[in-house]
Design a protein around this ligand. Structure first.
Ligand code: NAP
Length: 248
C-alpha cells in the first residue's frame, strides 16, 4: 500500500526514547523507511522490532553523537544502509539543568557537542545530497526555553537557541534548492528523559493554556507535519508544540 512517505528514507536521531521514538513510529506509519539512531542498542532494536511488527520499515544504527566524525559517520552509514536520506530529524539532545556557577567547562562542551555540533555536521553531510536531488526536509527539535529566560536553563536554552538560528540559516541556504528546514519547539513533555523531573515538569506546564504536559506523540505529530509535503510552503519556521506556554 502506498502512503504519504512511501519511498522516502528518514533518519531520526535520539530514536531510542521519548519524542524521537514516537517520531520514528509516526514516520514509519506513513510509509517512510526509518533509520533510528541512539546509543542504547537494546532499546533501539526493540523499537525497530515494534515498527516492523506494525508493518513498517526500520533499522537501527548505534551512534554516540558529539563531534563532526560521529555525525558525518552516522549520516554516511544511514545512506549506505537505507539509501539517500530525504528526511532528517535532529532530535537527540541532553538537558542538564542547573546553576550557571556550578557548570563546568566539560558540561558546557558536552551540551553544545550533542545539541549543536552533531546536528550541524549531520546537516553538513546530508543537506548537499538532498539539494542535489532537489528535495528534502530537515526538522530540528529545539525547546520553549530557547526563547524564554528560565532559572537553571541557561546552558541548555543557549544551545537550543543556537539550533533555532541554524534552522533559519539553513532554510536560507538550502531552501532555494528544495530542502525545507524547520524546527519544533516542545514544551514540557513526559518522556524517559524528563521522568526525573517529577512534579517540576507539571508545574512548568501548568501556566500554559493546555494546563498539562505534552505526550511524545503530540510532539511527533508536529515534527511529522513539517517532514511531509503538507508543509510544502513552510520554511525556516519554529512550530511551538508547548500547550501554548510561550503564547500567554
Ligand atoms: P530522552 O527521553 O532523554 O531521549 C533523548 C534521546 O537522545 C535518546 O534516544 C538518547 O539516546 C539520545 N541521545 C542523548 N545523548 C546522545 C548522544 N550523545 N548520542 C546519541 N544519542 C543521544 O529525551 P526527550 O525528552 O525525548 O527529548 C528529545 C528532544 O526533545 C531533546 O532534544 C530535548 O532537548 C527536546 N525537548 C524535550 C522536552 C521535554 O519536555 N521532554 C521539551 C523540550 C525539548 P540513548 O538513550 O540511546 O542514549
Amino acid at each position: 500500500m502506498s502512503t504519504e512517505l512511501s519511498g522516502s528514507t528518514a533518519l531520526v536521531t535520539g530514536a531510542t526514547s521519548g519524542i524521537g521514538r514516537a517520531t520514528a513510529f509516526s514516520l514509519a506509519a506513513l510509509g517512510a523507511d526509518v533509520v533510528l539512531s541512539g546509543r542504547n542498542e537494546e532499546r533501539g532494536r526493540q523499537a525497530v522490532k515494534e515498527i516492523r511488527a506494525a508493518g513498517g520499515s526500520a533499522l537501527f544504527i548505534a551512534s554516540d553523537l558529539g563531534d563532526e566524525a560521529s555525525a558525518r559517520g552516522l549520516a554516511r552509514q544511514a545512506t549506505e544502509q537505507a539509501g539517500p536520506v530525504d528526511i532528517l530529524v535532529n532530535n537527540a539532545g541532553i538537558f542538564p539543568f542547573g546553576p550557571t556557577d556550578r557548570t563546568t567547562g566539560e558540561d558546557f562542551d558536552e551540551v553544545f557537542a550533542v545539541n549543536v555540533k552533531a546536528p550541524y555536521f549531520l546537516v553538513a553531510e546530508l543537506a548537499p545530497a538532498m539539494a542535489a536531488r532537489g528535495r528534502g526536509a530537515i526538522v530540528n527539535v529545539t525547546t520553549m526555553v530557547a526563547g524564554l529566560g528560565m532559572d537553571g536553563m541557561s546552558l541548555y536554552g543557549a544551545s537550543k537557541a543556537a539550533l533555532v538560528l541554524l534552522t533559519k540559516s539553513w532554510a536560507a541556504e538550502y531552501g532555494p534548492r528544495g530542502v525545507r528546514v524547520n524546527a519544533v519547539s516542545p514544551g514540557p513533555t513526559r518522556t524517559e528523559g524528563t521522568a526525573v523531573m517529577g512534579d517540576a515538569l507539571d508545574n512548568l506546564a501548568a501556566a500554559g493554556p493546555a494546563q498539562r504536559t505534552g505526550t511524545p506523540e503530540e510532539i511527533a505529530a508536529a515534527i511529522t507535519y513539517l517532514a511531509t509535503d503538507r508543509a510544502s510552503f513552510v520554511h525556516g519556521a519554529v512550530l511551538a508544540a508547548d500547550g501554548g506556554r510561550t503564547a500567554v
